[in-house]
Design a binder for this molecule. Structure first.
Ligand SMILES: Cc1ncc(COP(=O)(O)O)c(C=O)c1O
Length: 400
């Protein structure tokens, strides 16, 4: 099977994962023609120094949250790399709150720094806090007091809101932290809104900081930004500004009821667009595998459960909702063979490469740290890709 065949197969499935257009059944991406894959010819502006239509798009994005905005085609990873570099100085520290994505670790490693666990007593003027909220699972962190106290100490705050681009879309969705006293908010448009993979927006409160971040975005971002991705951000913005959540909440309730009738335990979280599923007598890995057998592709699986990213259903969408319900009826949950990988021989060794299960992309063991295999326990099945694991196994000549 080549890549085309694999894409054909998976895209014919029912998507409960990102990107938010769910195999082009949500939103209006069909308006974007492949012919629009152009470059910076006259009339199309330049993303690295936007002055015309791209500046207008940035301004419109910013006006949604009353701040400066820059559209980015290389994902929130680029927004994080740029923001960290823009806020770095010789003597400041970066503290993290929540489960930080590898992009934060990577950004700091380029500066020979590592993020430190948040501790209010250690904060000094000029330091930076990076808050990751919502989590991958759609939980919100309660950071209101922290933001107030941090600001009293003249600390800068970056919010990794990669999973929250749909926040504030209507009043029934959570509130974005952009409306708190923070400096930068980075959102992956592609994750929950209907835009192409890679689409992201960096929102900045102050002009000077915005310009500094732009400087670094231009260093980290491709010099050939993809116009299809940019156009998809414009589409997603229109979607966001006109979204009516009536169908979404009606069908969400129907789906939850249907899952329960099929004996699936449904955990709801702060973000209504996420559900975490489990089932008694089986592991979440069994459930995820069995869902795939009926053509339903989930976002992630861990000990906590199977994560679904729900489609932002709307009038005129073509999401296969009835097919989803009927495929759930056909579920036949089987125990999968214990697909655990035995990595016990790695225990106690020094990691020669950072080890990061993906998804969620949160590093668990950093290069140079001792490997504690207990930290990896819930991920070492053949279902989860663990970046860096192979390199460590090869280095220590361990066969699994
Ligand atoms: C919390 C978090 N931050 C940042 C990112 C990076 O986002 P992107 O894929 O848009 O580069 C991810 C990706 O999964 C993420 O989970």
């Amino acid at each position: 099977m080549d890549l085309h065949d694999a894409l054909k197969k998976v895209s014919s499935g029912i998507s409960m994962h990102v990107p938010g257009h769910k195999n082009n059944t949500i939103g209006f991406l069909s308006d974007i023609k492949i012919d629009y894959d152009l470059t910076e010819v006259p009339g199309l502006d330049n993303l690295h120094e936007p002055e015309d239509i791209l500046k207008e798009l940035n301004d419109t994005l910013g006006s949604v949250h009353n701040c400066y905005a820059q559209l980015v085609v290389n994902g929130s990873t680029t927004g994080m790399l740029a923001s960290v570099h823009a806020l770095n100085n010789q003597s400041n520290d970066f503290f993290y709150i929540g489960e930080s994505h590898k992009s934060l670790y990577n950004a700091l490693s380029l500066l020979n720094k590592q993020p430190k666990q948040f501790n209010i007593d250690l904060l000094k003027s000029g330091d930076v806090i990076v808050i990751t909220s919502p989590t991958y699972y759609g939980d919100l962190l309660d950071v209101t007091d922290i933001i107030v106290k941090a600001k009293e100490k003249d600390v800068r705050i970056i919010v990794d809101e990669a999973h929250g681009a749909h926040f504030n879309v209507t009043r029934n969705f959570p509130r974005s932290l952009i409306h708190s006293d923070v400096d930068v908010v980075i959102q992956s448009y592609h994750k929950m809104l209907p835009s192409f993979t890679g689409a992201s927006v960096t929102f900045v409160k102050e002009k000077r900081l915005y310009e500094k971040i732009m400087h670094y975005i231009n260093i980290f971002e491709t010099s050939s930004p993809n116009y299809l991705v940019m156009a998809s951000i414009e589409n997603a913005l229109h979607f966001y500004n006109t979204y009516n959540d009536e169908i979404f909440f009606k069908k969400r309730a129907e789906l939850i009821e249907h899952l329960k009738q099929n004996n699936i335990i449904v955990e709801t979280v702060d973000d209504p667009a996420k559900l975490v599923l489990s089932i008694e007598g089986f592991s979440p890995y069994d459930l995820e595998r069995s869902l795939r057998d009926v053509n339903i592709y989930s976002e992630m699986v861990s000990h906590r459960g199977v994560l679904w990213c729900l489609p932002l259903l709307h009038y005129g969408d073509t999401y296969p909702f009835q097919e989803l319900l009927s495929n759930i009826n056909q579920l036949n949950i089987k125990k999968i063979k214990d697909e655990k990988i035995d990595i016990s021989k790695l225990d106690g060794k020094v990691a020669v490469e950072t080890i990061t299960p993906y998804p969620p992309g949160v590093p668990l063991i950093l290069e140079g740290e001792f490997i504690d295999i207990k930290l990896l326990d819930e991920f070492v099945t053949k279902n989860v890709k663990i970046e860096g694991l192979r390199k460590n196994l090869e280095y220590y000549k361990i066969e699994v």
